[in-house]
Structure formats: structure tokens, C-alpha cells
Write a protein that binds this ligand. Structure first.
Ligand SMILES: [Zn+2]
Length: 312
């Protein structure tokens, strides 16, 4: 087994817990440490509990992509203060799940940062569902984006152009990837979470073909013939990646998509598709038996994604 495979498995095990459920009710975050890694240019990657955080730092101030779970906010803030004494000016959410947006309020408040996200993120935040702790964090007004957009938002901060690009119907209905042109870094959010199969929030508008389109977009943006030097991609969960990692992950997604598509064409039911194990050769890397990222759950979301049009 190659070293890379071992690393993926290691992070797969670590990464599964926060990704199984978007909320972590009752979880104690006291022992969780935030680690900071310099990526390149103005960009740092912060890990702790929940999705990865991107920090862009410079003379204009600090910009963050995603904020982990709400209880992690003080630790993220402390880590950001070590990088810069400038205020946090912007917080971008790649999507609505609270392992990526829970810390919005705690990180926006101290410096009056502006939260930016796709308009569908705000729509979900404005619609309380079940009154759980997760729901309360999501619907707290201090967590809501003040600036929203539909397809793409571009701005200039810390000496580089930044594109926030909406990926329709992918991991959810409100995903964005963030491209830092000068630093040559892309924050992929959960459109690209290297630790697991392409998990979609099906009820929240997520579909596997949209995930693949999002991966293709990252691969296009990081094409070395268009950008100078090596691009780095910060995934929603897991280790720092480069373009080759995204290509392999996209190819895996397409291979399994094609297998399941062929089985649907033959008239196979979901149960029959799951029983025939179309993911068999990828199971050592991504296989799981329980939770949202479980193999059967992935196949169900893929099957439903591919048959959704004909069922309507
Ligand atoms: Zn997510």
C-alpha cells in the first residue's frame, strides 16, 4: 500500500466523525487544537473540528473561508490573531452546514466582519427546521451572510483578485468554491472533501452530477497552462491537496457514476445496484458502513441523483 493511501485512510477515519452529521450536539471541543499550515502566497489552512478553514492574510486585513463548529470560534480567532494583528474583514461560507458556518457569529462579531455566501445559504439560515442546537446556530441572525450573490462574486483584497463561484446543485443547493488568483489557491468546500465519497445533502438540493461539475471546475481553474506555478486546493475535509488529487477524485466519481448509470439503464433497482458493489475497488480508500458518508448512502444518493429527472 502506498504512503498516500495510508494518509487518506488515516484522514478518512479522522474525517468521518465530523462529516457524518453536520451538527455535533453534546460534543466536547475542549481538547481540540487548531493547527495552522502555510499554503502559499497569502494563504493559510487551519484545521480543528469540522471543515477546513482558509485564512487569507495581508495589509487589508484577514479574510476567512468557513468557520467550523460554533464552539471552535475562540480557538480559530486565537490562531488568526497569531497570523495577523489586522481585523477580520470578510468571512465567506462555502455552504450552510454548521461544521463550516457554525463559527460565523463568533468570528464576525469581534471585528465586524462581513459574511458573504451564495443566496441559498441565507435562505436555509432564515428557515428554522427542528429547533435543535444545530438549527439554532444556523438560524442565529449573527451567522447570516450580509452579502449574497447568485452566480459569481469577484473582489480585490490583500493585493489579489478573489472569485467566489457558485456550483449549482452539488454538495447542497448553495455551494461555492473560492479562487485566490494571486496566491493560486482554491478553497473547494465540500464539493471536494478528499476523505470520503462525494456526499450530497440530497434534501438540501445536493446532487452527485453537480459535485462532478464542481470538481471539473476546480481542475479547469488550476490548469497549469492558465495559472502560473502549482495550484493548491484546500478541501472541505482532509489534507491539503493539489490538482492531481482533484483529478483522481473526479475520475473516481465519474467511474462510479458511469457504472451506476449503466445499471440503471439495465433496469436495476437501488437494492440491486448496492448489492452489486459498484464501488468495490474504491472501498479500501473511502468505504464506510455507517453515517452519511457510508457506501450504501453514497450509492443511494447517486442512484437518486441519476433518476431524479425521470421520477419527476
Ligand atoms: Zn457539508
Amino acid at each position: 500500500m502506498r504512503k498516500g493511501t495510508l494518509i487518506c485512510l488515516f484522514f478518512g477515519i479522522l474525517g468521518l466523525a465530523p462529516s457524518l452529521v453536520y451538527a455535533q450536539p453534546g460534543r466536547n471541543f475542549d481538547a481540540v487544537q487548531v493547527e495552522t499550515k502555510q499554503v502559499q502566497g497569502n494563504i493559510y489552512m487551519l484545521t480543528g473540528a469540522g471543515g477546513n478553514v482558509t485564512a487569507q492574510v495581508g495589509t487589508d486585513g484577514v479574510l476567512l473561508v468557513d468557520t467550523q463548529f460554533a464552539p471552535m470560534a475562540p480557538k480559530i480567532l486565537a490562531a488568526v490573531r497569531k497570523l495577523s494583528d489586522k481585523p477580520i474583514r470578510y468571512i465567506i461560507n462555502t455552504h450552510v452546514h454548521t461544521d463550516h458556518s457554525g463559527g460565523n457569529e463568533g468570528l464576525a462579531k469581534p471585528d465586524g466582519a462581513t459574511i458573504v455566501a451564495h443566496e441559498n445559504v441565507l435562505k436555509v439560515m432564515k428557515s428554522p427546521k427542528d429547533g435543535t442546537a444545530d438549527d439554532r446556530f444556523r438560524t442565529a441572525q449573527g451567522s447570516w451572510p450580509k452579502e449574497t450573490f447568485t452566480e459569481k462574486k469577484t473582489f480585490h483584497f490583500n493585493g489579489e483578485d478573489i472569485d467566489i463561484i457558485h456550483i449549482p446543485a452539488a454538495h447542497s443547493a448553495g455551494d461555492s468554491i473560492v479562487f485566490f488568483h494571486g496566491s493560486n489557491v482554491i478553497s473547494g468546500g465540500d464539493v471536494f472533501a478528499i476523505v470520503r465519497y462525494p456526499v450530497v445533502d440530497f434534501d438540501g438540493g445536493g446532487r452527485v452530477p453537480g459535485m462532478i461539475a464542481g470538481l471539473d471546475r476546480i481542475i479547469t481553474l488550476s490548469d497549469p497552462s492558465k495559472v502560473k506555478g502549482r495550484a493548491y486546493i484546500i478541501p472541505g475535509h482532509g489534507r491539503l491537496c493539489d490538482r492531481e488529487d482533484v483529478i483522481k477524485y473526479r475520475d473516481m466519481s465519474v467511474i462510479i457514476r458511469n457504472r451506476v448509470q449503466d445499471m440503471i439503464k439495465k433496469g436495476m433497482t437501488l437494492k440491486q445496484v448496492q448489492a452489486s458493489k459498484p464501488t468495490w475497488d474504491y472501498e479500501p480508500l473511502y468505504g464506510a458502513t455507517s453515517g452519511l458518508a457510508a457506501t450504501d448512502s453514497f450509492i443511494e444518493d447517486l442512484y437518486n441523483s441519476l433518476t431524479a429527472v425521470s421520477r419527476k
